[in-house]
Design a protein. Structure first.
Length: 272
């Protein structure tokens, strides 16, 4: 007699076979991998992603004209902030604002919050902002382009902003802590090591047994080799099949030719 006992072991199913009081262990593929609580987290491949959100924005308005006013027509400010008031200084080392070269101080660096500058101007331009992270490995910085628009004459003050989402994959523990302190959201996925076998594989042979395994039997009788007459009959049979295929192909070609002739005759009759 033989009986099977099936039990779940994480991403594998273990099939225990008791055959004549001899134990054989086989690993069977499972359709859906389930997490195994007994497998340590360190032995798995961990994919960690931390997402943070930055808000880039500006406000601009017309300047009041006075007798001592210069050529500047607008007051404006530009800022980099955390989404919903998150404290981004935990993971940001400094922010570099790159203005148009016509400004007196075209490059401004801020190492502490608030990351915001206030200037005066008279025209629209593309502002570059470089955000440097407190990260010991790449990525260490990212640069954005921002279209700083000023309101036209007769237009009320404007306020504009846009949201940028950054995703850091597998950051080191130190930088991950800084990201989370700054409002980052952690997304993790644990994958069991290795790939599942496609076919049942024997991982332990029967112990102290003279009876061969029911799945792997080395002592079973091999089928007899075919004789010369049998081989000749098979070869002749294959030749007959090939001849039939060739004959059928010729007949199909002839049928196609006849159909083309009939079509050509019908066209001639229509023309007449």
């Amino acid at each position: 007699k033989q009986w099977y006992q099936r039990q779940s072991t994480g991403s594998f199913n273990t099939l225990t076979l008791l055959y004549n009081n001899n134990l054989s262990l086989f690993v069977m593929k499972e359709d859906v991998a389930k997490p195994n609580e007994n497998v340590s987290v360190d032995s798995r491949k961990r994919i960690s992603k931390v997402k943070v959100a930055l808000t880039l924005g500006h406000s601009a308005s017309h300047r009041a004209k006075t007798a001592n006013s210069d050529d500047f027509t607008h007051d404006w400010s530009f800022y980099v902030r955390g989404d919903h008031g998150c404290k981004i200084h935990h993971y940001i080392e400094r922010v570099v604002f790159k203005l148009h070269e016509s400004f007196t101080n075209p490059i401004q660096v801020l190492k502490k919050p608030p990351y915001e500058i206030h200037e005066q101007g008279y025209g629209t331009f593309i502002l570059s902002v470089e955000v440097n992270f407190k990260n010991k490995r790449e990525p260490k910085q990212i640069e954005y382009k921002y279209d700083l628009v000023l309101p036209a004459d007769g237009v009320p003050p404007i306020k504009r902003c846009r949201k940028e989402i950054l995703t850091f994959t597998n950051p080191n523990s130190e930088f991950m802590t800084k990201l989370i302190d700054g409002g980052g959201v952690l997304h993790q996925a644990n994958l069991l090591p290795g790939s599942l076998p496609k076919q049942p594989a024997q991982i332990a042979p029967p112990r102290e047994s003279n009876v061969p395994s029911p799945l792997v039997n080395k002592n079973r009788e091999q089928p007899p080799k075919p004789s010369k007459e049998q081989e000749e009959r098979r070869a002749a049979k294959e030749k007959r099949k090939e001849k039939k295929k060739e004959k059928r192909a010729i007949e199909e070609e002839e049928e196609d030719d006849e159909e083309e002739d009939v079509r050509a005759r019908k066209k001639k009759k229509k023309i007449k």
